[in-house]
Design a protein around this ligand. Structure first.
Ligand code: ATP
Length: 373
């Protein structure tokens, strides 16, 4: 990280047993989490799950009812926001409209007593960092939304925080700009090395941006892991359903040997999956598999030996360009979704009513305890 100014010493942030209540509602519930030095860490969850409240406690704008919030091992509870080495970037940019871009970025530095050549150098470096060197004299109203958010990021980083909190910073931008700024944010974080704690309800954004992700639901953590972990090996039914699309089948365990679990679900020809988590005969489980792992076969086609397999009828065919999405009704009232990559030219993606076999390699089945009912 060649250009990291000395002021950036990324911090490790630790939360233990953090709880916050508003009236009789527990908004953050006994949350324990460790964000490593220099990590781009995302908290991902649906609207209202407590993400903003969590950030506000780390920034010092809210006080937890219980638990510790540590930066490099020092408890911050009781330390006022301006003494925390933490800065926040908001969805709404929150720039000073009457100031130029340069003055916006200089603002926090001036308050810290930085003047003269040092000030000019640091502001210049940060405008270059967000690629707005030539926009220094403009006012926020003369910039696009994406450019305004870059100014806000430059302003937040210029003051040299050791932890940057970002609360849905791309939420107000259209899809194209959002994608562009995602790439920029990754580059900026890699370049400065500051610890980023990023809050979003957008699962794709979290998967793209983050070193690690914490999935939050109703004030609690469901899973913490690398993007590949939360997507490929969801730990709970909530994670399987919230991140991407999942096929979730209710089944029960009809046999177990040392390495395999045999499952029974209505209409199923076979469902034999490698044993991961221990399950016992009779347990009710949710068997999940991602749609891109599911293959479609003609009713008379050979299906590889040992694959999980259902016979069903195509209900919907949705051609999306790079892939085609098939929804297949299977006996027992369930439907399975298969995403088929269009690696060859597609002249006719098929039509509803066709009988098919859906099958997948059992290795891609993730078994989760419990069912919805
Ligand atoms: P969003 O993405 O919609 O902002 P969020 O996950 O960030 O959601 P929070 O803003 O942390 O969620 O809010 C969590 C819950 O706490 C909500 O039900 C909200 O209404 C409630 N809440 C937040 N702040 C307060 C407050 N100051 N007083 C009372 N309730 C609050």
């Amino acid at each position: 990280q060649g250009r990291t100014p000395d002021t950036y010493a990324p911090v490790e942030a630790g939360l233990s047993g953090v709880t916050k209540r508003f009236a009789d509602q527990t908004v953050v519930d006994d949350l324990t989490l460790r964000v490593h030095e220099g990590e781009f860490f995302s908290v991902l969850g649906p609207s209202g799950c407590g993400k903003t409240t969590l950030l506000r406690m780390i920034a010092g704008f809210e006080h937890p009812d219980a638990g510790r919030i540590e930066l490099d091992g020092v408890d911050m509870v009781g330390v006022p926001p301006y003494r925390r080495d933490v800065n926040t970037v908001f969805q709404s940019y929150a720039l000073f409209p009457h100031m130029t871009v340069w003055d916006n970025v200089a603002y926090g530095l001036k308050r810290k007593g930085v003047r003269g050549a040092d000030l000019r150098k640091t502001v210049g470096e940060h405008l270059d960092l967000v690629r707005l060197g030539t926009f220094a004299k403009r006012r926020p109203a003369q910039l696009s939304g994406g450019q305004q958010q870059r100014v806000a990021i430059a302003r937040a980083l210029a003051a040299g925080p050791r932890l940057l909190l970002l609360d849905e910073p791309l939420g107000a931008l259209d899809a194209v700009l959002r994608k562009e700024l995602q790439i920029e944010l990754m580059r900026i974080q890699r370049e400065v090395g500051t610890t980023f704690l990023y809050v979003t309800h957008d699962q794709e954004e979290a998967l793209v941006l983050s070193h690690r992700i914490a999935v939050m639901n109703a004030g609690r953590l469901e899973q913490v892991g690398y993007p590949e972990d939360v997507y490929e090996r969801p730990a709970t039914r909530f994670v399987a359903g919230f991140i991407g699309t999942s096929n979730i089948l209710d089944a029960h365990v009809s046999g177990v040997d040392g390495r395999w679990v045999e499952l029974t679900a209505p209409g199923m020809t076979r469902l034999r999956v490698p044993l991961g988590t221990p399950f016992a005969h009779g347990d009710r489980v949710a068997a999940t598999v991602r749609p891109e792992k599911v293959h479609l076969h003609g009713v008379d086609d050979e299906v590889p030996t040992g694959w999980c397999e259902f016979t069903g009828t195509v209900r919907d065919v949705v051609y999306t360009g790079s892939s085609t999405q098939y929804v297949v009704d299977v006996p027992g009232g369930d439907a399975l979704v298969a995403f088929v990559q269009n690696t060859r030219r597609v002249d006719d993606a098929g039509s509803p009513g066709q009988p098919v076999r859906v099958a997948w390699d059992p290795e891609f089945t993730v078994l989760l305890g419990g069912t919805d009912d």
